[in-house]
Design a binder for this molecule. Structure first.
Ligand code: ZN
Ligand code: ZN
Length: 191
């Protein structure tokens, strides 16, 4: 056996020495890598460095499992981004409910995602929310296209009208009746 391996012995010895050198270099670079990575993630670099020096790849496997998911730089950048977005939202105020891009309060559609935000009033053309039944600027009812104050007094309030609308109707009715009576009284006395 030794006779057979005799001529190859120097080569085997050299290969073994190369393997040993490679192992030492690999081990030290592993320690270096773990220490540097732990420093970037703020995770007790000295502890992981010493542990890797003693247990090598085993420590590296454990470290890869328990290391913090993001580096300190990433965390700092994320915080900055959140703060910037918050300040932007406070400054601009309204954002599109669909794509969250900043919008002005009088936009009819979102310029970014084309979602309809408001519709133009049937009478004055100013932006009115689709949920509003009456234009707050010119008092025009959006479904019928007629003004609330100008609605005929005889017409009974529609069942779907809100209490505020009904109250406005009653007020208009009372306001219209009082001058009529005053007007009618002198006419009767004259006749
Ligand atoms: Zn949008
Ligand atoms: Zn209007």
């Amino acid at each position: 056996m030794t006779d057979l391996l005799g001529p190859a012995m120097p080569f085997l010895k050299l290969a073994g020495q190369l393997c040993a050198v490679f192992y030492v270099v690999f081990h030290l670079s592993l320690v270096f890598w773990v220490v540097r990575d732990a420093q970037r993630r703020g995770a007790m670099a000295w502890f992981w460095g010493v542990a890797t020096l003693f247990f090598g790849v085993l420590t590296w496997v454990v470290y890869m499992v328990v290391r913090p998911p993001e580096t300190l730089d990433d965390a700092h950048e994320r915080e900055l981004e959140i703060a910037a977005r918050e300040s932007e939202m406070q400054r601009v105020g309204a954002t599109c409910p669909h794509c969250f891009k900043p919008i002005e309060s009088d936009y009819l559609i979102c310029p970014t995602c084309m979602k309809q935000l408001k519709k133009p009033c049937a009478n004055c053309g100013r932006p009115v929310k689709s949920s509003w039944s009456v234009c707050p600027y010119c008092k025009t009812r959006q479904a019928a296209g007629e003004r609330v104050a100008d609605a005929p007094h005889e017409a009974a309030p529609a069942p779907n009208e809100s209490f505020a609308d009904a109250a406005a109707h009653a007020e208009a009715l009372a306001g219209a009746n009082t001058p009529k009576k005053k007007k009618a009284a002198p006419a009767n006395s004259e006749a």
